[in-house]
Design a protein around this ligand. Structure first.
Ligand code: C2E
Ligand code: MG
Ligand code: MG
Ligand code: MG
Length: 278
């Protein structure tokens, strides 16, 4: 009997595992097909100067337009894209579309840098540098109109290599931002080692900074760190006027968040540029 139970149990687990593998395989096929059939869309969220509310740039955020017309958010497919390596072709599409938009804004009279999220596997991909150089040339963009957002976790995976890649990008004049700053391994020594242009204060600290004393202190500390190291600061996840006022008082110059605008499809972003929020 025990043997039979054991076997049933074995079957149960293997079935569940089989189900999961099948589901994962289907998700991977969906993702692959979205990339191949041009169903990736890039939205843009304004980055603003906290003092004036002027738009100073935009972050490119990818979505999938599913076959039934629904928008799928990156939280649902970026992790799988990273695991399967599909992040490299996906990221290429995002870079192309982002540079094309920046060229369009420029031609419409708004010279704005575009920030693109770069996953670890893209960052260390030997093809990235060439792709970017080619895109900047084709779109006639100066390198300081492109900013790469990389997470701390991606940076520390291979520190030697990271330092080298960062040096090359910065030599080209491309800006580098550390995304979600404060949530990874925020060692001060690597800030010294990896020269970057921008720290993005993670929204998890911003969210409760007005209620939670330790979040407030973390935000304050990141801001003074940036100031003393001469690194630009931008706060993510600004949702209220009170967030903005407090960050501004602490000396943070830039921000992005729903208080200003959600990420917008390209046409709406251009409207936002023309009309502004207020
Ligand atoms: P992230 O780079 O940290 O982007 C910020 C996320 O916060 C975006 O979510 C944005 O819509 C959201 N957000 C902005 N302001 C607010 C706010 O005031 N309140 C709240 N609650 N959320 C706000 P989204 O677009 O869903 O992207 C999630 C993450 O997916 C990104 O986090 C990034 O890590 C990843 N991602 C998005 N697009 C790409 C891409 O093209 N390539 C790669 N590698 N990752 C991407
Ligand atoms: Mg980002
Ligand atoms: Mg972030
Ligand atoms: Mg994030």
């Amino acid at each position: 009997k025990a043997k039979q139970e054991g076997r049933n149990r074995y079957c149960f687990f293997s079935e569940e595992l089989g189900q999961r593998m099948l589901q994962r395989h289907q998700q991977e096929q969906h993702l692959r097909s979205a990339i191949e059939h041009n169903r990736l869309e890039v939205y843009f969220q304004p980055k603003v100067a906290l003092g004036s509310g002027n738009v100073v740039g935009a972050e490119a955020l990818v979505r999938i337009r599913s076959e039934d017309g629904n928008i799928i958010s990156p939280a649902e497919f970026i992790p799988l894209a990273e695991e399967t390596g599909l992040i490299v072709p996906l990221g290429k599409v995002v870079l192309i579309k982002s540079c094309q938009q920046a060229a369009l804004w420029k031609n419409a009279g708004s010279i704005l840098p575009v920030s693109v999220n770069i996953a670890a596997a893209q960052f260390t991909d030997p093809g990235l540098m060439g792709l970017i150089e080619q895109l900047l040339m084709e779109c006639q963009l100066s390198p300081d109109l492109l900013e790469l957002e990389v997470t701390e976790t991606a940076l520390i995976q291979d520190p030697e290599r990271t330092a080298e890649i960062l040096k090359k990008f910065r030599a080209l004049g491309i800006r580098i931002a550390i995304d979600d700053f404060g949530t990874g391994y925020s060692s001060l020594s690597y800030l010294k080692r990896f020269k970057v242009d921008v720290l993005k204060i993670d929204m998890s600290f911003v969210k409760d900074m007005l209620q939670d004393k330790s979040d407030y202190e973390i935000v304050k500390t990141i801001i003074s760190l940036g100031q003393s190291m001469n690194i630009e600061l931008i706060a993510e996840g600004i949702e209220t006027a009170a967030h903005q006022a407090s960050l501004q008082e602490l000396g943070c110059l830039y921000g992005q968040g729903y208080y200003y605008s959600k990420p917008l499809p390209p046409e709406q972003f251009i409207q936002y540029l023309q009309v502004g929020k207020h």
